[in-house]
Design a protein around this ligand. Sequence first.
Ligand code: HEC
Length: 163
Amino acid sequence: MKRGEKVIILIIVLVVAVAMAKNIWVQHTTKEVDQGIPYYSTATPELSRTAMDIYRENGCKKCHSLWTVKNMQETVPAPILDGIGSLRTEEWLYSYLSAESPQEILPTRLLPEWKMPSYAKLSEQDRKALAGYLASLKVKDWYLEDTRKAEYQKLTGKPYKHE
Ligand code: HEC
C-alpha cells in the first residue's frame, strides 16, 4: 500500500470514529430532555385490530382522542383514552361499557348529547374486546400523574389537587 493510500484510509477511519462518538454523545445527553411518547399498548396485534375496528364503527373517535396529538376541533371534553389502562381495570371498563347508564358509574357534568353513551347493546364479544384493549393502554410511570390530572379535569372541569 502506498503512503498516500494509508493516509486516506486513516482519515476515513477517523471521520467514522468521530461520527460514531458524536452519535453516542447526542443520544446520551438528550435522554433526560426527550423521554419520548409515554403511551404504549400491551395488546396483541390481533386484539388491537379487532378493537380499533369496533372503536371506529361506534364513533368513539367523535368524542375521545386516542393515539393522536390533541384533537384541535375537540368539541366534547371527554377524557383522553391514552393510558386509560393504567387508571382503570379491565373489569371496570367492561362494566362501564356494559352499563345501561354509564353515568351511574361515572357521573357526567356535560349536556346529555355529549355524555358517554351506553354501549350495552354491543355484543358481549365486542365489549370484551374493547375492554381488553382499553385495559392494555398503559402510560409510563413518569407520565402517570399528568394523565391522572388530565382525566380528573376532563371529568370534573375542576383543577386537580394532589391528595
Ligand atoms: C358522545 C360522545 C362520546 C362517545 C361517542 C363515546 N364517549 Fe366515552 N365518554 C364520553 C364522556 C363525555 C365521558 C366522561 C363521562 C361522561 O361525561 O359521561 C366518557 C367516558 C369514557 C370512559 C371512561 C374514562 C375514564 O376517565 O375513566 C371510557 C373508557 C370511554 N368513555 C370509552 C369510550 C368508548 C370505547 C367509546 C366507543 C365505543 C366511547 N367512549 C364513545 C363521551 C363519549
